[in-house]
Ligand binder design. Sequence first.
Ligand code: HEC
Ligand code: HEC
Ligand code: HEC
Ligand code: HEC
Ligand code: HEC
Length: 433
Amino acid sequence: MTRWSDRIGMFLVAGTVGLVMATGCGEDGMTGTNGDAENVPPAFASAASCGGCHPEQLAEWETSRHAYSSADPVMHRLAEIAGAEIKEVCKECHAPAQQRMERLLAIGKGDPSVDLSKDGTNCDVCHSISDIPPVATAAFIGHIDPTGPKYANMPQVIETSAHASERREWYGTSIACASCHQFDLADGTNLENTFIEWEATNLAGMGFQCQSCHMPLYDGRAAEGGPWREGLHRHRMVGVDYAYEEFRGINLEQQKEDVRQLLENSVSVTTSVPTSVTAGSTLTFDITVLNDKTGHSIPSGVSFAREMWISVRVTDGGDAVVYESGQLASNDDLIHDADLTTFSAQMYDAAGAPTGFAWLAASIDEAGLLKYLESRTATYEFSAPDQSGQLTMELALRFRSLAPGGLRDLGLDRILPIEVFDMWTETVQVTVL
Ligand code: HEC
Ligand code: HEC
Ligand code: HEC
Ligand code: HEC
Ligand code: HEC
């Protein structure tokens, strides 16, 4: 608990001091105080208000987890369990716009008619960051001034009456993501590590930033009435999650299809299944998974919550199952058979006991994750049938954003079932001689 409580103090100090620097108010004697309630910085504009001139970005952002982050029922349930104080920390990244508005309303400022509860991490949060934010733990907060210019990385931006614009080249780099996509505990322990995992690859040297994979390029207009431009950036920011409940009228099937495509292009898999086997002998084969396409570990981020596993199912000519591993029980839980190969992380609390709650975590074991350019081989072995015939082997690498058992424990049955995505599949016939 204390690790998180310490951090709340850090946020408030950083928030006020940073804004004072950004607006120059410090010279007027308006020095930052430690979270003084009267000193709440100005509200963020709603995404809808930017969307009037930036309709394409608005439509794409609405389908992203950045919009959904404050509506996410799993986040809400966990924050409720963690308690009011820690919930404020969750909101720094998941609901920054809403949180700022709530603080303003609490001191009689802010416009109660502006509803930012479905705005998660919105346009103004990402585009009002004046100078390079430090890496990790919502450190962007201190660098945001929504009353200042809008920043991104376009050359020769045309003028608009809506806002000033200024170019910041670091918007084209992973630093633009690093405050939220790197989460460290107050003692410096790295917990959610997408940024440092990416940093440890050589991809930066080859020009691969987060944006290269998560903000694909297109040609069009950055704003209504603006010039035609090449190399604009998509804002859908596809990952492994989709909206678990109806949200902003988005097309859920399209969202799942986006996730499917990303996951189908995340690894390479090779197998060593023989074409034939002698009846009654032992059939041995390997499945090797190589992370050659994902610029960080798989899973990443809340890696401790993800389920990724190898599924093997072998049947004879009929329906009889000869061997299986990595199957789902009738309640959809993953069966932890003796041969199961999973790719996941485990958090431990201060007493060294496993925990699923990030705010209780003191350490994390990430040996199960698949780092960039790392490969892992699972070896399977079973007895072939005693008679000659044909075996059908259905092999797959599967991914599920959240485990149903955990969601049932949280009382979130209503968002089940959670979609299982195939990262790779192969069906092989083996002749039993
Ligand atoms: C009245 C129309 C209008 C509104 C409203 C508007 N913008 Fe813009 N914005 C523009 C135009 C025009 C450009 C320049 C487009 C170009 O040069 O291609 C622009 C450019 C930008 C850029 C690029 C800046 C750069 O330096 O690369 C960002 C980021 C941006 N707007 C964000 C926002 C955000 C966030 C909001 C809501 C708070 C918003 N805009 C509201 C018209 C608008
Ligand atoms: C999670 C952060 C994030 C959110 C939320 C976000 N953007 Fe962006 N946006 C970026 C980044 C980063 C870039 C620059 C990408 C680059 O240059 O590689 C960018 C680029 C832009 C540009 C410049 C044109 C381009 O495609 O490079 C405009 C305009 C823009 N965003 C508007 C918006 C609007 C409007 C919204 C809300 C509907 C929004 N953005 C939401 C991160 C964000
Ligand atoms: C070379 C392409 C590539 C680069 C570079 C890259 N990603 Fe990813 N990202 C992927 C793929 C593929 C997946 C799906 C596999 C997975 O979950 O890791 C993914 C998944 C994710 C996820 C969901 C992870 C999970 O398992 O819950 C997040 C969050 C994410 N990326 C953020 C980032 C950020 C932030 C950066 C930069 C620091 C970045 N990505 C750089 C390709 C990339
Ligand atoms: C202000 C904080 C913030 C910034 C800055 C930010 N993100 Fe995120 N991002 C989040 C949050 C919070 C979520 C998770 C929301 C949820 O699922 O509840 C998220 C989710 C994502 C996901 C989807 C992960 C999944 O599991 O589906 C991707 C991909 C992603 N971000 C990429 C980026 C990239 C790329 C950048 C930089 C250009 C960036 N983000 C900048 C806060 C941020
Ligand atoms: C430093 C920023 C930050 C803070 C603080 C933070 N998160 Fe997140 N959270 C993220 C990002 C970024 C992701 C996306 C990572 C991924 O997809 O793997 C995420 C993902 C999640 C997810 C997975 C989304 C899903 O539904 O699958 C849950 C749940 C979540 N956070 C809950 C919380 C809770 C509860 C708290 C407070 C106890 C919290 N977060 C605090 C940045 C943050």
